[in-house]
Ligand binder design. Structure first.
Ligand code: CU
Length: 324
């Protein structure tokens, strides 16, 4: 029986060879199959109103062949980077994001990957270069960034802004190896991950609504994958002489509470004004990091608008109404 099926198989293979042989002998079909392939990875994601920002490379893991190119495409207002460190391996510690360090903010390295050196995309965001991507120096904004990987290996990259929350891997197989996934598969993975993050964002925000009061306003929140870029509650109504505590419950994103004119950086990053007796005009919390808070006592009747100076471009604004 075995012999018979083996014979049938041989016969089938011979037939296939007879049909395919002449075709492959023509050349172009074979050349096309071995041609380098381009792959796309999405950088960040967001809700349509930008209230949630997803802190992921989508997909976080791609497998390509030597000679292929990966193109990273910005998908959010929030800034990110694609950054490989020398050696190309995972990093035990990462440098803090430093908005004054131009090697972090701008492109470093060419378009052909080499694990001996570092590579950096520069600031990736969907916001055009002349738009508002937060209080950063005027550097070019990058909408897409491409690297060709000439040699096999496994290479890890990070977003300098979001650190270990946002890590990706490129597996490079020897040229000609079959791919485990297609770009369509990766796009499906990305779509499912985006839907999951949108659900998480909604849940986080509902939870903030439940925990907030007129005297306790949350400065967004995050869970390591999704950041809520909203003050909750957006309008707080208090009486004259009362306090409002603005609290940053998240682990990741810093925020500010800024009334009146936004001081230009670096003044923006430190507190100014008198939060113990606010009666209008300029008041700035400076950077309120994870688990930080900022308390303001309102001494005048009126309606006072404020922003997060880092995320106002995403709609992170609030109002305090002070009654008698
Ligand atoms: Cu903010």
């Amino acid at each position: 029986m075995r012999l018979t099926s083996a014979r049938v198989l041989v016969a089938v293979l011979a037939l296939v060879a007879a049909v395919v042989g002449p075709l492959t002998a023509l050349g172009p079909a074979q050349a096309a199959a071995a041609a380098p392939v381009g792959w796309t990875v999405q950088v960040g994601s967001q809700a349509s109103d930008e209230a949630f920002q997803g802190m992921r490379f989508l997909p976080g893991d791609v497998t390509i062949d030597a000679g292929d190119t990966v193109r990273w495409v910005a998908r959010s207002t929030e800034i990110h980077t694609v950054t490989f460190f020398p050696g190309g391996g995972p990093q035990a510690t990462l440098p803090d994001f430093n908005p004054a360090d131009m090697t972090q903010l701008t492109r470093q390295g060419g378009s052909v990957y080499d694990p001996k050196t570092g590579f950096n995309s520069g600031l990736m965001t969907t916001v055009p270069t002349k738009g508002d991507a937060g209080p950063l120096p005027p550097v070019p904004h990058v909408q897409s960034y491409s690297l060709t990987f000439p040699a096999a290996g496994t290479f890890t990259y990070y977003c300098l802004v979001h650190g270990k929350m946002m890590v990706g891997v490129v597996h490079v197989q020897p040229a000609g190896t079959a791919y485990p996934y297609t770009q369509a598969d990766y796009n499906d993975q990305a779509r499912i991950a985006r839907a999951g993050m949108a659900a998480m964002g909604k849940h986080l925000r509902h939870d903030l609504v439940r925990r907030s009061t007129a005297h306790r306003v949350f400065m967004g929140d995050d869970n390591g994958a999704v950041a809520v870029m909203r003050f909750v509650r957006r309008t707080a109504v208090v009486h004259r002489g009362e306090r409002v505590v603005f609290r940053n419950p998240g682990e990741g994103a810093p925020h500010t509470v800024t009334f009146g004119r936004e001081p230009p950086p670096p003044g923006l990053f430190s507190p100014s004004g008198t939060p113990g007796r606010y009666s209008g005009g300029q008041l700035n919390s400076g950077i309120i990091g994870p688990h930080g808070s900022f308390t303001v006592r309102f001494t005048k009747v009126g309606t006072f608008h404020y922003v997060c100076a880092l995320h106002d471009n995403m709609g992170m604004r609030g109002t305090v109404v002070v009654k008698r």
